[in-house]
Design a binder for this molecule. Structure first.
Ligand code: ZN
Length: 160
């Protein structure tokens, strides 16, 4: 069975950046997703289309088909006062913030320079070329219920 819309794909993957540094991998638990539901980044989903069980795919996804470019306007310097109520601000901390469209977003503390805090609302993988090694373990039809919920049920998926 080949990978196409409304099918559940079970896969192992390894993600490295252009410097060869490991960014993410499925390890013991394979990743399950419903193809065609934008669960994966577009550049990867496109490469998996039409593949089948046992296929190994090596692909390089540019930022435009991944998590997008780094947007400088999402990097801001704020005075420490902005974080009133937070005891110890440390690099790497994440906060929920609202953008000008009132959408919730996660911002990370990128740097601390005295009274000035640099926050970054870009996805950590924005601006990166993503190199995937994928092993397709299984492909099956999604159930009506899974399609209704928009996620995979059973082993490796939602248990409910
Ligand atoms: Zn469900």
């Amino acid at each position: 069975m080949t990978i196409e819309e409304k099918r559940v794909v079970t896969m192992h993957y390894k993600l490295t950046d252009d410097a060869g540094q490991l960014l993410d991998e499925s390890q013991d638990n394979p990743l399950l997703y419903i193809h065609g539901t934008n669960s994966l980044i577009p550049g990867l989903e496109k490469q998996l289309e039409g593949k089948t069980i046992g296929d190994k795919i090596t692909t390089s996804v540019p930022p435009e088909e991944g998590y997008g470019p780094v947007m400088p306007q999402l990097i801001q310097n704020l005075p420490k006062d902005t974080f009133q109520g937070v005891e110890n601000i440390e690099v790497g901390m994440e906060f929920e913030a609202s953008n000008e469209n009132d959408e919730k977003m996660i911002v990370r503390v990128e740097a601390i320079d005295g009274e000035e805090i640099t926050i970054n609302g870009n996805h950590p993988l924005a601006g990166k070329t993503l190199n995937f090694d994928v092993d397709i373990i299984d492909v099956r039809e999604a159930s009506e219920e899974e399609l209704g919920h928009g996620h995979v049920h059973g082993e490796g998926g939602h248990q409910h």
